[in-house]
Ligand binder design. Structure first.
Ligand SMILES: Cc1ncc(COP(=O)(O)O)c(C=O)c1O
Length: 452
């Protein structure tokens, strides 16, 4: 991994950057110590401890693609809430719609007038009718899995190795080198051995997919069209044709999770590449940051769902949520899709990502780093291997470790925020060329320092 950089140099720089971080963030340190009194680990959710540094940066405010912390330091935000803020922070049309709706009621358990308009917008964008709204993308996936089981009468699901679809029990599973399914490393309290519920194959392993589906016990294949949570791993040309052919051949429904691949364009990867899933799930940016998930069903699946719904228990059958589909969410989705995530915005965002990618590639070349940059629309990731990984297992080998830790911390000290789990950069409609160039300049400085 990143053999161009010596382990001694990484250790030396890590020590220096830790000290620099601590010295420049006295207020965050103080808030962290206070928060530690009554919050577990001093943070509202424990994964926030995974930000670089001995304590996380505490945020004062976020606007557009900038974040200002409590020490008054301003950052270029390339993390953008790991896609939850892909619209930029506080996008004006969404904020205006939210403010209007806040004064008219947040949640009533009744559909609001926005519902019909939002349904039409989703159908036009994603080429799929019959939408439902949830509180998160995790919920959308959980409900789709249940519906697929109900329709097919089958018990198992199939996912890619090193996938992430939210905190969905069946998906927190990986493959051992021997090809066995086991709880993902770090899985908290799995309800049952995931081998009981889940089949796992590597992305791009068509033979493995065929072998697993041939058991004829898989209700649905739930996949991202490209892996985005273990760095980016792209599908081979023709892979999705094979996935579609095999799922149809074996009576398995196909769910495409577009939560992160909404980066590809207004209709996600599915629209750009003409995929034909039976169902789609998503969440994160579609309401501009207001917690919202959604799933869409094909005509055939919708018909079967309607036919198998036990209406007298539709609220307690395991698909639902009192806050799901509330008026605030729908007002936010309407404004976000209509006025923020527009075609013109995507054109700008993708052009910025191309600028970012070429800046990174030029510096990788100049400093002989032996890394690679991979882009999915307005989302770009650099990986510490010369060849982009071909599957989740390969990607897992190059992610993490001291170099990863150093890059995150060093970038933070240079005023650039990356998603804490990998080197992903996202462009929003509010991101500027100057911000992209600020990252390129920081990347060059760090590359020079790493290879000095
Ligand atoms: C592809 C994918 N699906 C679903 C989710 C779950 O999203 P949420 O945590 O908002 O429920 C994530 C989160 O990172 C994701 O990356």
């Amino acid at each position: 991994m990143g053999e161009s950089v010596s382990t001694e140099r990484i250790a030396e720089l890590l020590k220096r950057e830790e000290e620099r971080f601590e010295a420049s963030h006295p207020k965050s340190k103080e808030v962290h110590e206070r928060a530690g009194a009554d919050l577990l680990s001093g943070v509202p959710m424990n994964w926030m401890t995974r930000w670089p540094g001995r304590f996380p940066v505490y945020v004062h405010e976020a606007q557009g693609a900038s974040v200002v912390d409590v020490d008054g330091i301003e950052y270029v935000d390339l993390c953008l809430g790991d896609t939850g803020a892909m619209c930029g922070h506080a996008p004006a049309p969404t904020v205006a719609a939210i403010e209007r709706q806040l004064g008219r009621g947040i949640t009533t358990m009744l559909p609001s007038e926005d519902a019909a308009a939002v349904g039409t917008m989703m159908a036009e964008r994603f080429g799929m009718r019959h939408w439902q709204f949830t509180v998160s993308a995790t919920d959308a996936n959980r409900f789709l899995i249940r519906l697929c089981r109900q329709i097919t009468g089958r018990s198992k699901i199939l996912v890619h190795n090193h996938c992430y679809h939210g905190s969905v029990d069946e998906t927190v599973a990986t493959l051992t080198p021997e090809g066995k399914v086991e709880p993902r490393w770090g899985s908290v309290g799995p309800p049952v051995d995931p081998a009981v519920t889940t089949r796992v194959v590597e992305i791009n392993d068509v033979a493995g997919l065929e072998r697993e589906l041939a058991n004829e016990d898989v209700a649905c294949v739930l996949i991202e069209p490209a892996l985005t949570n273990i760095g980016i791993v792209l599908p081979d040309p023709g892979y999705h044709d094979e996935v579609r052919r095999l799922t149809r051949e074996h009576g398995t429904l196909l769910i495409i999770d577009e939560t992160h691949t909404l980066s590809c364009g207004p209709g996600g990867y599915t629209a750009v590449h003409g995929l034909e899933p039976d169902a789609m799930s998503m969440g994160k940016p579609i309401a501009g940051g207001i917690p919202t998930g959604a799933y869409g069903l094909s005509d055939e699946v919708a018909e079967e769902v309607l036919a198998s719904t036990f209406w007298e228990a539709a609220d307690v059958g395991g698909v639902g949520g009192t806050l799901a589909g509330n008026a605030l969410q729908l007002a936010a989705v309407r404004a976000t899709l209509g006025e923020v995530l527009t075609e013109e915005a995507y054109e700008r965002m993708i052009a910025l990502a191309e600028r970012y990618e070429s800046g990174v590639n030029a510096a990788i070349e100049e400093y002989g780093l032996g890394w690679s940059a991979i882009r999915l629309g307005c989302r770009v990731e650099y990986m510490f291997s010369a060849e982009p990984p071909h599957d989740g297992g390969e990607a897992a080998e190059v992610i993490g470790g001291p170099l990863d830790e150093l890059m995150h911390l060093y970038m933070l000290n240079e005023g650039i925020l990356f998603t804490p789990f990998h080197m992903m950069a996202l462009m929003s409609p509010a991101t500027t060329e100057d911000q992209v160039d600020a990252h390129t300049a920081a990347f060059e400085r760090i590359a020079a320092d790493l290879t000095a």
